[in-house]
Write a protein that binds this ligand. Structure first.
Ligand SMILES: [Zn+2]
Length: 179
């Protein structure tokens, strides 16, 4: 497993659309499928496997660097921590802490398992020993020392909400009204 810590997509790699050489359409779909098959649909950080909603991630954050070695698979939860500008600010469903009893990857794994068993966020936070909340800052060295917790707050984006629904279905949860 790779080591996960909160970060954000490097703004120095951002390009305007006119300059972009991003892969699109069928070319991207084919490449995506090849990487998913290569890595067995499994998250590089926490080992979570899912047939759907896994992210094929550019390791260096450069959407134009499409060589195979620049790709890894990241699950929806680890992705929100890795791209914590997204998770904390845009979606507002990740909280950052200064202290924990576990590594970042274990925090993601344990959060998923405990939530699957019905634990509330307060119980999970207490078990993980998460203490001293800290704000998001656009500073990678600062973020590296923090630990991200994906809360059960509702995501405003379809991608994450769809994964939550799909994941619950894979657990055989057919009860209605969950979200
Ligand atoms: Zn993961």
């Amino acid at each position: 497993m790779k080591i996960l810590f909160p970060s954000f997509a490097p703004p120095e790699r951002w390009r305007n659309s006119a300059q972009s050489k991003k892969l699109e359409g069928d070319e991207w779909k084919a490449l995506r499928q090849r990487i998913l098959a290569r890595d067995n649909f499994t998250c590089a950080y926490c080992g979570y496997r899912s047939d759907k909603y896994q992210i094929v991630d550019h390791i260096d954050g450069d959407p134009e660097n499409n060589s195979d070695v620049n790709f890894q698979i990241v699950c929806q939860m680890c992705n929100l921590v890795k791209h914590s500008g997204q998770g904390c600010v845009i979606q507002g469903i990740v909280d950052l802490y200064q202290e924990a009893k576990y590594s970042q990857s274990d925090i993601v794994r344990i959060t998923r398992e405990m939530r699957d068993k019905g634990s509330a966020d307060t119980e999970i936070i207490a078990f993980l020993g998460l203490k001293n909340k800290a704000p998001f800052k656009m500073d990678r060295e600062y973020l590296k020392k923090l630990l991200g917790f994906v809360t059960s707050r509702k995501s405003p984006t379809d991608m994450y909400s769809n994964w939550v629904r799909y994941h619950k279905m894979t657990l055989g949860n057919i009860k209605h009204g969950w979200n």
